[in-house]
Structure formats: C-alpha cells, structure tokens
Design a protein around this ligand. Structure first.
Ligand code: ATP
Ligand code: MG
Length: 240
C-alpha cells in the first residue's frame, strides 16, 4: 500500500528524514512512535505529498506520488488524514462536513452522500448530532466526526497524526474505540500516536523513529518487551 525507497527530506540544512525505506502492506496497522522532533509527522505527511522530499521514491496505492502530471488534489482526496486538530468546517453542520467532499469530488447525489454519512455517523456514535454545528460538540465528538468525514471518501488508506493528543483525557477512549473498530475492517492505517496501549492492542507493527531515522521496526510484543535499539529502550523507559 505504501512503499518508500531511500526517502530523504531536509528543512533547509536540517536533515529531517534520513534514507527511509519501508513497506506498509494493505490491511496493515502501523503505529509510528518516537520522541518529539524525531520526524513522525514529517514522515506521514510525505505519504500524501503534504511534504515535498528531496530524494527517494514513494508509491502509495500503486501510484508514484511524484510522477509528473499527477493530479495532486485528486490523489490527496483518496487518502484519509486525521490530524491532532479536528479542522471541521465551522460553518457546516456535522452532516454537511461529511457530505461535501463526496458530493463535490465523487459526484454523489445529496441523497447518496447523506445516506453514506449517516451510516458513518452512526458507526462513530454520533447520528444524533448530524444537524449540530461543530462548535456544539466536545473535542472527542469533533474528532469522531473528522474520522467519519475522512471515511466518507472511502479511502484505501487512513493516516492519523496524534489524533487524541489535543483531547481531554476522558475523551481519548472514545476516539481510540472508533479507531480500533476500523482496524477490524481491514483498513490500512498508519497512526502516529503516544497511546502505547492502542499500539500494543491493535498494531501489526511498530516503527520507532529518532532523529529522522526508523531505528526499530517490530511487532508490538517485541517492541514493548524486547526493544533492541538503545534509543528505543530509553524511549520506553521514559514513558513508563
Ligand atoms: P512531535 O512528536 O513533537 O509532533 P515529530 O516527530 O512529529 O514531533 P516533526 O514535526 O516531523 O517531528 O519534525 C521533525 C523535525 O523537523 C523537528 O526537528 C522539527 O523542528 C523540524 N521541522 C518540522 N517542520 C519544519 C518546518 N516547516 N521547517 C523547519 N523545520 C521543521
Ligand atoms: Mg508530530
């Protein structure tokens, strides 16, 4: 689903991604962790071309994402991306947030888009909030709408960048529950998260990054119980 070959990125003279080669398979759930500033967000933002790279190749869902002539907006609309901040459109209702892109970019009729959105809102436990404004929702509810909105485009791949880290602690669980539910469907997911419980339970693989490199790739069992790299051992002892 995602193939990275010798990917390098610099911000000016700062080498933010160092020679990263990695394959993420269809249906895999991969958690990316590592200290602040290690390059986790930069990495997953390269997957949908939010970050340009200076060398290397990235293929996502069969598409070389730097191919000349690629319609970037069309490509990006195929990948679900959920950020720390929920970024809902404040002037649209919950339902409208979930139907706008499918109608505008996929040509769904309003009825089709409404039906799809209502099914997804039901799934994230918010069908009763369809006509509410984003400002009327809690942070956890807004993030669940953001997930439903991304799913409404039926993406083959979902990317999450610390989706729970802006939430009050009591709302983290409800968002993780929705994400966990998605993994049961065989959705390909890459999640940057500090929720190590989530990683242990649902990840097929954990990638540990530090200083722009992937220093360790392991099953959750191996990563949490038998970390190999000294930096990974340090990271795990710091967060425990
Ligand atoms: P966090 O856990 O704090 O979110 P991260 O692992 O996601 O950290 P990145 O945001 O990917 O880290 O940043 C990696 C490095 O690149 C950091 O040292 C950061 O300062 C630097 N960086 C990120 N964005 C930019 C930018 N737009 N311009 C210059 N440097 C940047
Ligand atoms: Mg980050």
């Amino acid at each position: 689903m995602i193939e990275l070959e010798k990917v390098n990125k610099w911000y000016g003279s700062y080498h933010a991604l160092v020679d990263i080669s990695e394959t993420i398979h269809k249906g895999e759930v991969v958690v990316v962790c590592g200290p602040s500033g290690s390059g986790k967000s930069t990495l997953i933002r390269t997957f949908n071309r939010l970050e340009p790279i200076q060398s290397g190749h990235i293929v996502v869902d069969g598409q070389d994402i730097h191919a000349p002539g690629l319609d970037v907006n069309a490509f990006r609309s195929r990948i679900g991306f959920v950020f720390q901040q929920f970024n809902l459109f404040p002037h649209l209702t919950v339902l409208q947030n979930c139907t706008m892109a499918p109608m505008q970019l996929r040509g769904l009729t309003r009825k089709e888009a409404d039906e799809r959105a209502m099914a997804l809102l039901h799934r994230v436990g918010l069908s009763n909030k369809a006509n509410a404004w984003p400002s009327e929702l809690s942070g956890g509810q807004q993030q669940r709408v953001a997930i439903a909105r991304a799913l409404a485009m039926q993406p083959p791949l979902m990317l999450f960048d610390e989706p729970t880290s802006a939430l009050d602690p009591e709302m983290v669980g409800e968002v993780l529950l929705v994400m966990r539910d998605l993994t049961r469907d065989g959705m390909t997911m890459v999640c940057v998260t500090h929720e190590m419980g989530f990683a242990r339970e649902v990840a097929d693989r954990v990638l540990f990054m530090d200083e722009g490199k992937v220093l360790e790739r392991a099953t959750p069992d191996d990563f949490f119980n038998r970390p190999q790299h000294p930096r990974a051992q340090q990271f795990l002892s710091d967060i425990r």
